[in-house]
Unconditional design. Structure first.
Length: 397
């Protein structure tokens, strides 16, 4: 539903009933991920897409039917049929499981409240039951990022607490995911499958080194949705005029800034300084933190010398294995703009476990499945650099 949050927010403010069709499971090479939605209002206006066009007509008609008949939530499955190329299905060969339900904003104010928080940029999660008892199918609970405020109820206080705790964990991970919960009397009596629609704060991109490459990388990072910080100890170079796309420009020693700022598992650290007096203390610290990506610019000779210095500083080999250096994928990049694409391509591949190879040289599904989500009600809390995790906790996925 996050893909159409602005329109849904407006419909809720106008107290306009609508049908919401949401992808709740994906198998194979489906074009769009779990949590993607289409909505249709009572006038027949539609917004969103769940398949890039393959099954939109069938989903639209199902939404119209659910609205017209005020029917209970319905499930629909769409796959590919080799026997009939003109059948309603996914030409890409994947499979989609879709939940369609009618929403009346006047009787479900928690949805409007959650959408209000989302459009205001507040971290918010909407928990939607997608499998379980019939009377709970499609029921929602919304939770703010701090876990203190919640709207709606599912199946009593124990269930609500268990779902809210998992919502907070998913917000910390910054990931929309389907989670299996419950089945025990202590936490959540009913066995439920819950889809958490997560609108998290933007992940951070920390760029160290106020060089020309940093200017292009900050622009590319902003385009990808990162909250971008450029940091350099030299005030003559670290200026807002040189980095208009950055959210923040900091004049400080890189390792000192990293020590006092907040990072989490979605943070990327890009070291472009080319200077050992900045690089070594910065990388030594970064490799101790649970950030998602650490890359450093330089030649292969620079990389080998950097590794030698870090080993002398006591950095373990399994920590050094996290360092992407020379930074970026081999695209033959020459200009700062091309180099920024090379770096961001590696960041994307790292986050989604991509190979970095041309798709024409691969086999199997083009769209990779979402990594296995957290299964417990505990999540990794964003940490500030002053909090040192054990090495076993610091490996980034």
């Amino acid at each position: 539903m996050l893909n159409i949050a602005d329109t849904l927010h407006r419909w809720c403010r106008e107290a306009r009933p609508f049908a919401l069709a949401t992808v709740v499971d994906v198998r194979g090479s489906a074009p769009l991920p779990v949590g993607t939605s289409v909505a249709v209002d009572e006038d027949g206006d539609a917004v969103g897409s769940i398949s890039g066009g393959c099954v939109e007509g069938a989903v639209y008609e199902l939404c119209r039917q659910v609205l017209r008949d005020r029917a209970a939530p319905q499930r629909a499955w769409f796959g590919y049929s080799d026997d009939d190329a003109f059948a309603v299905g996914l030409t890409c060969g994947g499979e989609l499981d879709v939940l369609v339900r009618r929403i009346d904003p006047t009787t479900e104010p928690q949805i409007g409240a959650a959408l209000e928080d989302m459009v205001q940029g507040k971290p918010t999660a909407v928990a939607q039951v997608v499998d379980g008892p019939d009377d709970l199918l499609g029921v929602t609970l919304s939770v703010l990022g701090d876990g203190v405020a919640s709207h709606g109820t599912l199946d009593g206080a124990e269930t609500d607490r268990a779902v809210a705790a998992q919502a907070v964990a998913q917000l910390r991970a910054g990931r929309t995911a389907r989670i299996e919960l419950g089945g025990d009397a202590d936490s959540c009596p009913e066995r439920l499958s819950v889809l958490f629609h997560v609108h998290a704060s933007r992940p951070r991109m920390l760029i160290f080194g106020a060089v020309d490459f940093a200017a292009s990388l900050s622009q590319a990072g902003k385009f990808l949705g990162y909250d971008v910080t450029v940091c350099d100890a030299r005030p003559v170079f670290a200026t807002r005029a040189r980095f208009p796309h950055a959210d923040e420009v900091v004049v400080d020693w890189p390792h000192r800034y990293l020590e006092r700022t907040t990072v989490d598992a979605r943070t990327t650290v890009c070291v472009l300084t080319h200077d050992a007096k900045f690089d070594i203390p910065l990388l030594r610290l970064a490799l101790e933190l649970p950030v998602g990506y650490i890359g450093a610019m330089g030649s292969r000779r620079t990389h080998e010398e950097r590794l030698r210095c870090l080993r002398e500083q006591g950095v373990a080999e399994r920590q050094l294995d996290r360092l992407r250096s020379p930074i970026g994928l081999d695209l033959g990049a020459r200009t700062p703009e091309e180099t920024a694409i090379s770096i961001t391509a590696e960041i994307i591949a790292s986050a989604h476990h991509g190979s970095g190879l041309p798709l024409s040289q691969g086999a199997g599904p083009i769209h990779r499945p979402t990594p296995t989500p957290i299964r417990s009600a505990t999540g990794r809390t964003p940490v500030s650099a002053g909090e040192r995790p054990g090495l076993e906790e610091s490996a980034a996925s």
